[in-house]
Ligand binder design. Structure first.
Ligand SMILES: Cc1ncc(COP(=O)(O)O)c(C=O)c1O
Length: 359
């Protein structure tokens, strides 16, 4: 069983530090998709009141949940809705991305049906290769848009590698930033004015000043607010994980030398080992990339293949481990053992898994 607890007060403190550190010119769009990365959509939105100027979600349902709960901030639905939800999203006044150039006539028709102009942000694809228009497509599309049906509220791009640490990642991110800024410069030169201009995700906010420099005036922050700094440099502000995720030790075994562990004998003990069997596996949302946990404030390596409901951890060097002890997967206690947390796991691990018990 995996247990999770969330302190939304910590989300607020993280956001306060990010707000203080960023120039006032920049509005903050807090990304709260996927139940606020598993932290709870409405509790997080409440904790962010007065700091988050915008909310970013993936689906219409999430936008509606925020509105129903009384949040009046602009909401950007970052995954382009298809079909009737597109009409509904326009009618309800949410901001929408332009996911491809074929979407423009569709948006115009949907706006007509909705009886209201669509509020859109043109996504310029500078290297994410998912949604958006290629830079050379974007300006032509801009000219074709029927402004009676579509209001261009924003222009943005999404960075694919800002959280990466390799030289190629740095180079690629700088190239994406450069390209997007070039597009903005060119549009400005031609007198095209677009109110919201945004590029930086959390990692870029923390590590790439040029991704937030004017004329950019908004950032889209997710992981940093939840306390998981990503990126090539240590974060310039303190960020504390808002969630703790743990499981418990279900058995403690003394295994002899050359004893296999798990399906396929994925690990064989090189010598006698004390092993804790943890009561969590891929059925609980754990991923094979998870290599270690923290027990009694010490790192324990996971051994062998991850099972559906259990996995083994080497506790040979950890004293007095017994059934029921906590094995931390993520959380403030784990952050001090940085270096091995793979941040990309966080959204997956924190996604509101049906088997997790919240406390
Ligand atoms: C378009 C877009 N912008 C910003 C973010 C936030 O990214 P991060 O959680 O790395 O800050 C996301 C999250 O996936 C996104 O899809």
């Amino acid at each position: 069983m995996v247990r999770a607890s969330v302190d939304t007060g910590v989300v607020r403190e993280n956001l306060e530090r990010i707000r203080e550190w960023l120039p006032r010119r920049l509005s903050i769009l807090l990304v709260v998709k996927e139940d606020a990365y598993g932290h709870g959509l409405l509790p997080v939105a409440r904790a962010a009141q007065g700091i988050a100027d915008w909310f970013g979600v993936a689906y219409l349902g999430e936008a509606r949940a925020l509105r129903r709960a009384g949040f009046a901030q602009p909401i950007f639905i970052m995954t382009p809705p298809v079909g009737h939800p597109l009409v509904q999203a326009i009618r309800e006044g949410y901001h929408l991305p332009v996911g491809d150039s074929g979407m423009i006539p569709e948006l115009e028709a949907a706006a007509l049906r909705a009886g209201r102009r669509a509020l859109v942000h043109i996504e310029v694809d500078t290297g994410m290769g998912r949604f958006g228009l290629l830079p050379e497509e974007a300006e032509g599309a801009l000219q074709r848009i029927d402004r009676n049906r579509i209001e261009i509220a924003g222009v943005y791009s999404h960075l694919s590698s800002a959280n990466g640490c390799s030289a190629e990642d740095l180079h690629f991110t700088r190239a994406q930033v450069w390209w997007f800024r070039k597009v903005l410069e060119e549009w400005e030169r031609r007198g095209i004015e677009i109110p919201w201009r945004h590029l930086a995700n959390s990692a870029a906010v923390l590590a790439f000043d040029e991704a937030t420099a004017a004329p950019l005036n908004m950032v889209r922050v997710g992981t940093a607010a939840y306390g998981y700094p990503e990126g090539p440099v240590p974060p310039p502000v303190e960020l504390v994980p808002a969630a703790q995720v743990w499981t418990e030790v279900a058995a403690v075994r003394d295994l002899p030398r050359r004893w296999p562990i798990g399906y396929g004998r994925g690990y064989v003990t090189p010598d006698a080992r004390k092993v804790a069997i943890l009561a969590a596996g891929y059925g609980d949302g754990l991923r094979p990339e998870l290599k270690r946990v923290v027990i009694h404030d010490q790192v324990a390596e996971l051994l062998g293949k991850l099972g559906m409901d259990s996995v083994a951890a080497d506790v040979s060097g950890i004293e007095r481990v017994s059934r029921g002890d906590r094995a931390l997967l993520f959380g403030p206690g784990v952050a001090s053992h940085q270096g091995w947390i793979c941040p990309v796991l966080v959204p997956v691990l924190l996604s509101s898994h049906r088997r997790w018990v919240r406390s």
